[in-house]
Design a protein around this ligand. Structure first.
Ligand SMILES: *Cc1c(COP(=O)(O)O)cnc(C)c1O
Length: 405
């Protein structure tokens, strides 16, 4: 699955950086997922020729439409860039004079409604477009005070003439349901933007949020899809994708020779060549666009059960090698992406501290082993298999047996 990684070690050595053993998964701070040789080769081929970037994005749009069921699509430099571009599109539409003014949004629709329980560190990307977030609902079920979260009527009551969009962060536990939010958005003419960055697998989610009626959906390309780390997908309504593309593409062209493919960008509805937009710093290269498309096609073609089984196999092997270790309880759990993961649970009142100390030793050893600390405060360290190579299982087991006793 990740044979490419072995050949890239020497290039890191050349720069004095030692690759880590990634027991977290396709997270950005550890470089995202590893890429398949087919994707790497496609990027290398793409790098050798010049192309018109608007034409390439128009071609990407067709592939993304086929796979997601959306009217149109855009390859972005990540899901966060997709959120910025989606918001900018909802604020300006296809109006170049509004595009030119961002992030100043006075006099435009410049607020975005978000259920308070959906707030997260990535929504800075939404605010970057120049909008203010309007939080609604009280997530009592998370504070422990009760069962309620944001109610649909709270979203509807917050809509004003300034509302540019509703932001919805998709998770299996998100409330209200996307159906309820889309129903309000449709009825009140407010687009719904879905952050679905990490909702893959299952691959069926590539279509699910569009099918539910979301106007724009953002996915990461560098997480489970296995595309370039700095890639993502924004898909959805044709007019909004057009407005998003216009605010990312480099448009250093003379009016007479601005000839974008009509099915992607319809000049007749745009009163001049837009300036470089708020998304211009989020540019994607031709290599990333091609790499993302090839990775996306592979991702939807593969047998998901086989992939989950291969990951689970690594976890079972690791479990067999560390079972009976003193100092913590070892068990197999299921991760949110379906595969088995190993959980080390530490005992005692200071379990969190002990878990942190072990994680620190793993990480500061050689090679560094970076573990999943999402349950650290329950005294649990997780070893996720998603980015592990088979030969790394033995290294992790050896280190754990040495450290935890
Ligand atoms: C990872 C993530 C992002 C950012 O995705 P990038 O592709 O790295 O830009 C945004 N939102 C959520 C919920 C994420 O998990």
């Amino acid at each position: 699955m990740n044979d490419g990684a072995r050949t890239t070690v020497s290039i890191y050595e050349e720069f004095g950086v030692e690759p880590i053993i990634n027991a977290v998964g396709w997270v950005t701070r550890l470089g995202g997922y590893v890429m398949d040789d087919v994707v790497i080769s496609a990027m290398a081929q793409a790098a050798k020729h010049s192309v018109d970037m608007t034409e390439l994005q128009a071609a990407a749009s067709k592939v993304i439409s086929e796979i997601t069921g959306a009217e149109a699509g855009l390859v972005t430099s990540g899901a966060a860039a997709g959120l910025l571009l989606a918001t900018a599109a909802c604020v300006t539409g296809a109006d170049p004079s509004k595009m030119a003014r961002l992030p100043e949004t006075e006099g435009m629709r410049n607020t975005v409604i978000v259920p308070r329980s959906h707030r997260n560190l990535y929504d800075h990307a939404v605010r970057t477009a120049g909008v203010r977030l309007i939080e609604v609902g009280l997530s009592d079920r998370f504070s422990g005070a009760g069962n309620r979260d944001c109610e649909p009527w709270e979203i509807e009551a917050a809509i004003t003439k300034d509302t540019a969009a509703i932001l919805y962060v998709a998770t299996p536990w998100a409330r209200p349901s996307l159906d309820q939010v889309v129903e309000i958005g449709r009825r009140r003419g407010v687009p719904v933007i879905v952050d679905a960055a990490a909702q893959l697998p299952p691959a069926t989610n590539l279509q699910a949020f569009i099918a539910a009626g979301a106007d724009l959906v953002a996915f990461s390309g560098g997480k489970a899809i296995g595309g370039p780390q700095s890639s993502g997908i924004l898909c959805g309504r044709r007019d909004l994708i057009e407005a998003a593309a216009l605010q990312m593409l480099d448009l250093d062209v003379v009016d007479e020779l601005w000839l974008p493919p009509k099915q992607y960008i319809d000049r007749s509805g745009i009163h001049g060549v837009p300036p470089h937009g708020i998304g211009r710093p989020c540019k994607v290269g031709k290599e990333e666009i091609v790499g993302l498309l090839v990775a996306l096609r592979q991702f939807v073609k593969r047998d998901e059960k086989d992939a989950v089984e291969a990951w689970s196999g690594l976890t079972r092997e690791l479990h067999a090698q560390v079972e009976g270790i003193a100092g913590c309880t070892v068990r197999i759990a299921t991760s949110k992406w379906g595969a088995d993961v190993l959980e080390l649970t530490f005992p005692g009142d200071d379990a969190g501290k002990r878990a942190a100390a072990v994680a620190r030793e793993l990480q500061t050893g050689k090679p560094a082993i970076v573990a999943d600390l999402s349950k650290l405060y329950e005294g649990v360290i997780r070893i996720n298999p998603y980015c592990l190579r088979p030969e790394q299982v033995r290294i992790i087991a050896g280190r754990l047996r040495r450290i935890v006793n």
